[in-house]
Design a protein around this ligand. Structure first.
Ligand code: NAP
Length: 254
C-alpha cells in the first residue's frame, strides 16, 4: 500500500506541490479544494471538493482514508481551515505541516498602511471619496459597501456579486501573473489613488506593489492572520523532506 497523503490546497503553491508529489512513487495523495472557484485549474493529483465539517469532520476523513500525513498548503488568509487542520492532525495523531509563501516586505519608497483585519481597513476608509483599486478576492468585496462613497475598481479571478451600494464600481476579472507595465497602466487608466490588498505574498501578484511604489500611491494592506500551530515551511523541497522523514513513500518490492 502506498503512503496516503492529504494536501489542503486552493493556491499556486499547493498545485506546484501536487505536481512534485505526483511524481514520487510510493505516495497516494489527494488534493482537497474548498470549492469556491467555479472554474478551477486542472490539478496533477486526484481532487476532492468541499468542506469536511470542521476539525472533527476532517479528523474523521483522515481516519477513514488512512491518511499518513497532512500538508496544509492553503492561502495564508484561510485561517479557519488551517486551525482545523492543526486540530484534526493532533486528534488523529498524524504529522502535519504548513506550506506558506513568505509575506511581502516593504522596501524603500513604499508607503504601506497595515491593518490587523479587513474590518479595520474598511473602518479606516471613512472620509472623502477616493479612487481605489481593490485586490482582496471575490468573497470579501461586498464588505466595501460599508464605505460606499469611494469609486472602486475590484479585480478578482472570478466574477464578483456586488450589492446595490457598490453598483457604480468597476469589476475586472483577471488571473495573474501580472506585469509591472500592466499594473501601472491599469492604475493610470482608472486614476487610482490607493491600492487595497492583503499581504498574500508570492510572485504572481506582487507587481501591483511595484506599480504603486512607482506611481507614489499608498497601499492599504491587511496583515496576515495568526499562523496555525503547525511547523511552517516556505519551500516545496522542505515539505518533501519533511514528508520523507515523517511519512516516507512506501517502498515497492522488486
Ligand atoms: P477558511 O475561512 O479558512 O475556511 C472556511 C471553511 O472552508 C473551512 O472551515 C472548511 O470547511 C472549508 N475549506 C477551506 N479550505 C478548504 C480546503 N482546501 N478543502 C476543503 N475544505 C476547505 O478558508 P477561505 O478563506 O474561505 O478560503 C477557502 C479556500 O480558498 C482555501 O482553500 C484557500 O486556500 C483558498 N484561497 C483563499 C484566499 C483568501 O484570501 N482567503 C485566497 C486565495 C485562495 P469545513 O469546516 O466544513 O471543513
Amino acid at each position: 500500500m502506498a503512503t496516503r497523503l492529504l494536501i489542503l490546497g486552493g493556491t499556486t503553491e499547493a498545485r506546484a506541490l501536487a505536481g512534485h508529489i505526483a511524481a514520487i512513487a510510493g505516495y497516494d495523495a489527494v488534493l482537497s479544494l474548498a470549492g469556491r472557484t467555479e472554474r478551477p485549474l486542472p490539478q496533477p493529483l486526484p481532487v476532492r471538493t468541499g468542506g469536511f465539517g470542521g476539525a472533527a469532520g476532517l479528523a474523521a476523513y483522515l481516519k477513514t482514508e488512512s491518511i499518513a500525513a497532512l500538508v496544509v498548503a492553503t492561502h495564508p488568509f484561510a485561517a479557519q481551515i488551517a486551525a482545523n487542520a492543526a486540530e484534526a492532525a493532533r486528534m488523529v495523531g498524524i504529522p502535519a505541516v504548513k506550506l506558506t509563501r513568505p509575506p511581502w516586505r516593504p522596501v524603500e519608497g513604499d508607503v504601506w498602511r497595515l491593518y490587523p483585519s479587513l474590518e479595520a481597513l474598511i473602518e479606516g476608509l471613512a472620509g472623502s471619496p477616493r479612487r481605489l483599486l481593490v485586490t482582496i478576492g471575490r468573497q470579501d468585496a461586498p464588505r466595501f459597501a460599508a464605505a460606499p462613497q469611494h469609486a472602486y475598481v475590484f479585480r478578482s479571478i472570478e466574477p464578483i456579486d456586488l450589492p446595490p451600494a457598490l453598483g457604480q464600481a468597476v469589476t475586472i476579472e483577471e488571473r495573474g501573473p501580472f506585469t509591472l507595465e500592466g499594473e501601472v497602466a491599469l492604475m493610470r487608466r482608472h486614476a487610482i489613488e490607493a491600492l487595497i490588498t492583503k499581504n498574500s505574498g508570492g510572485e504572481a501578484t506582487c507587481a501591483k506593489l511595484d506599480a504603486a511604489r512607482e506611481l507614489g500611491l499608498p497601499v492599504l494592506m491587511v496583515d496576515r492572520p495568526p499562523a496555525p500551530a503547525l511547523p511552517n515551511l516556505a519551500s516545496i523541497d522542505d515539505v518533501i523532506a519533511f514528508l520523507a522523514h515523517h511519512a516516507p513513500p512506501e517502498k515497492r518490492g522488486v
